[in-house]
Ligand binder design. Structure first.
Ligand code: SAH
Length: 243
């Protein structure tokens, strides 16, 4: 598991976020993958307000309580919305340009920290992982490390609120059956890299996980998983609490 932060010259998403913040517009933030066609993240969506957020995210912000850790805060949209609700949030990100932008936008506690860096040792009542927050776990094999880390960061009685998607729809046949190679790697494990203008990031692993698989692993590593809400496209919000 990588525990460091990004070098500024390998931080395309941060460059896009900083550009959008400074100029009110940005170029194309390209998302590439060995498993998908090239795609694009509209940079404005990274600056969404509470009203513009999908219902799953709004629900997560409503449920967040106590001392909140916003993991992979990006432009700070969730932390800013939490602050407006009078809640106390700390946002961490590995992108130096994103963290700089969050500070300028008024996120009170924004830090350049990797979630898996054990020298970051505070504790929280709520850990938020949004916009396919399970992605940061990277691979199914990293789930034990992830749950161990969550135990270090959670206060007694604390919770994790995480959203993800079940990628099985990508394997759906015309007749509605699913063609998944169960002997192969888990179908939600993908790789991505991003490009913005001349800035090209390194490839990273990104995990999409279906709720049932998440629950099984959660139980194995001492957590209860509860399905809070389902979205429109095989996506969902889960709450994980210590069993
Ligand atoms: N939550 C934001 C941004 C999502 S993009 C939003 O919903 O708009 C995912 C973010 O996670 C990126 O900003 C990326 O830099 C950050 N990130 C990726 N791996 C991380 C890690 N290990 N620790 C902390 N942040 C991480």
């Amino acid at each position: 598991m990588i525990t460091t932060v990004l070098a500024p010259e390998k931080d395309p998403m941060g460059a896009a976020i900083a550009d959008y913040f400074e100029k009110g517009k940005a170029g194309k933030l390209r998302v590439l993958s060995s498993s998908f066609d090239e795609d694009e993240i509209p940079v404005s969506t990274l600056f969404r307000s509470f009203k513009q957020m999908p219902p799953l995210e709004q629900e997560a912000l409503k449920l967040a309580s106590g001392k909140i850790l916003d993991v992979g805060g990006g432009s700070g949209c969730h932390s800013l919305a939490l602050q407006e609700m009078g809640k106390e949030a700390c946002s961490i990100d590995i992108s130096p340009l994103a963290v700089e932008t969050m500070k300028q936008r008024g996120v009170k506690d924004a830090r350049l920290v990797n979630l898996f860096d054990e020298t970051f040792a505070e504790s929280y009542d709520t850990i938020l992982m949004l916009m396919n927050g399970s992605g940061i776990i990277g691979k199914i094999n990293n789930l034990p490390t992830f749950f161990k880390r969550m135990k270090q960061l959670l206060q007694p009685g604390g919770k994790i609120l995480l959203d993800s998607s079940d990628l099985k729809y990508l394997f759906e046949d015309e007749d509605g059956s699913f063609l998944i190679d169960i002997a192969g790697d888990y179908y939600g494990e993908v790789d991505f890299w991003m490009e913005y203008k001349t800035v090209k990031g390194d490839a990273f692993d990104w995990l999409y996980i279906d709720f049932q698989t998440l629950s099984l692993y959660a139980a194995e590593y001492g957590f209860n998983a509860k399905l809070i809400k389902e979205g429109k496209h095989y996506n969902y919000l889960a709450e994980l609490t210590l069993a």
